[in-house]
Write a protein that binds this ligand. Structure first.
Ligand SMILES: Nc1ncnc2c1ncn2[C@@H]1O[C@H](COP(=O)(O)OP(=O)(O)OP(=O)(O)O)[C@@H](O)[C@H]1O
Length: 364
């Protein structure tokens, strides 16, 4: 029986930011990428993350990912699953087109994303707690997508119907009611599926969130998760869309539905988000990332790859050690970046690479 985790045996990155052509052989356990600011360390994690999200964790245009002057960008990985099976994953961008491959066969981006799981805690992660709802929906939907197979088709149908209704709302001459009805019925039906799957997911996540927060933020007491589905709990979405159409016409977009859902975490001793320090926000976000990984492992039978970007400047030493030791104990593959090897990692087996101006060389 293999280990209950997936891990990247190698990564090859071409044309991503300052990484012209990098080949990185990886091992199980903890790997640190150390080097000066701007050396390209985060870009390595970004490459791994791209395979499992088809987007970067950094905000900004996708164009910025492409190395200046390069025609194309590509990321290849050999991913070993818990059952021993190795898959060759590829994601490339030529012009504005993204292409995905598994074992040499062209696949859709969602098939690629469904094949591997890479979660990441990075300096922008506190936006999961302090930022807008979009970030939280993305987190939620990535998790739901990986454990509930019905989700993707409902989500796609919902997005299509939303787009259609929004263009009717913005049409130069008023569209007749009959044109709205089929899209509103579709939104009603697919939102019910999305809402049910999101609710189930958050229920399953709850014990993992409680455990993660008890480990990281015991001083804040018990934790509760709140979820708002994006429209009133008392009414069906279809009825609301019909009765509020006038308001939506005035605004030029659909103001309620699954695309307006949100969730939050409330601590017993910090009932409002404003009660959290910046560091506590980061730890809460880290707890969410770890809880999501643990739920993935429970459902799919293998731990995701965990990326910790700039670990030493994000967390104090005690928390760095706690997180890394927990991940070592489950055996997960952990990719860490830092200007130096964090002290918390110096007491266990750690593979180290030095990164300098986009070149990556093994140190230990
Ligand atoms: N599209 C691009 N083409 C070429 N170089 C780029 C592009 N986008 C960013 N860069 C450069 O690539 C490097 C990206 O570095 P990255 O963010 O991975 O560094 P890092 O080692 O994590 O740095 P830090 O320690 O400062 O966070 C920077 O030097 C940046 O100027």
């Amino acid at each position: 029986m293999g280990r209950l985790l997936m891990w990247l045996e190698s990564l090859r990155i071409r044309g991503l930011r300052c990484l012209g052509d990098a080949v990185i052989p990886l091992q199980l356990g903890v790997t640190v990428f150390a080097g000066a600011n701007g050396a390209g360390k985060t870009s390595i994690l970004e490459a791994a993350f791209l395979l499992s999200h088809a987007r970067s964790f950094r905000s900004g245009a996708k164009d910025a990912l492409l190395e200046r002057g390069a025609e194309a960008l590509s990321v290849f990985a050999e991913l070993r699953h818990a059952d021993g099976c190795v898959r060759r994953l590829g994601l490339g961008r030529q012009g504005a087109r993204w292409e995905a491959r598994i074992d040499g066969e062209a696949v859709s981006l969602s098939e690629l994303v469904g094949e591997c799981a890479v979660v990441c805690f990075e300096p922008g992660s506190h936006a999961l707690i302090a930022g807008g709802a979009e970030e939280r929906r993305r987190y939620l939907d990535w998790g739901v997508f990986h454990v509930e197979h019905e989700f993707m088709s409902a989500w796609r149908r919902y997005q299509r119907a939303l787009k259609q209704r929004n263009s009717l709302l913005r049409a130069a001459s008023a569209a007749p009611e009959a044109l709205f009805l089929p899209w509103e019925a579709e939104l009603d039906a697919t939102a019910a599926v999305i809402d049910r799957l999101r609710t189930l997911y958050l229920e399953a996540l709850r014990p993992h969130i409680e455990q993660a927060m008890a480990g990281l933020l015991p001083e804040l007491g018990s934790v509760e998760m709140k979820y708002r589905r994006g429209w009133s709990e008392e009414s069906a979405l279809g009825d609301l869309l019909a009765s509020q159409r006038g308001r939506d016409l005035a605004r030029g977009h659909t103001t309620m539905g699954s695309h307006r859902a949100d969730w939050s975490i409330v601590f017993e001793h910090a009932p409002q988000r404003e009660h959290l320090s910046r560091g506590q926000e980061k730890l809460t976000a880290l707890g969410c990332v770890l809880a999501q990984a643990a739920l993935y492992a429970e459902r799919r039978g293998e731990w995701p790859v965990v990326c910790l970007d700039d670990l030493a400047s994000e967390l104090d030493k005690a928390h760095q050690a706690a997180v890394v030791n927990q991940l070592r104990s489950v055996g997960a593959q952990v990719l860490v970046t830092g200007t130096e090897v964090p002290e918390a990692l110096q007491c266990g087996p750690t593979q180290v690479f030095h990164v300098e101006q986009g070149r990556i060389s093994p140190l230990l």
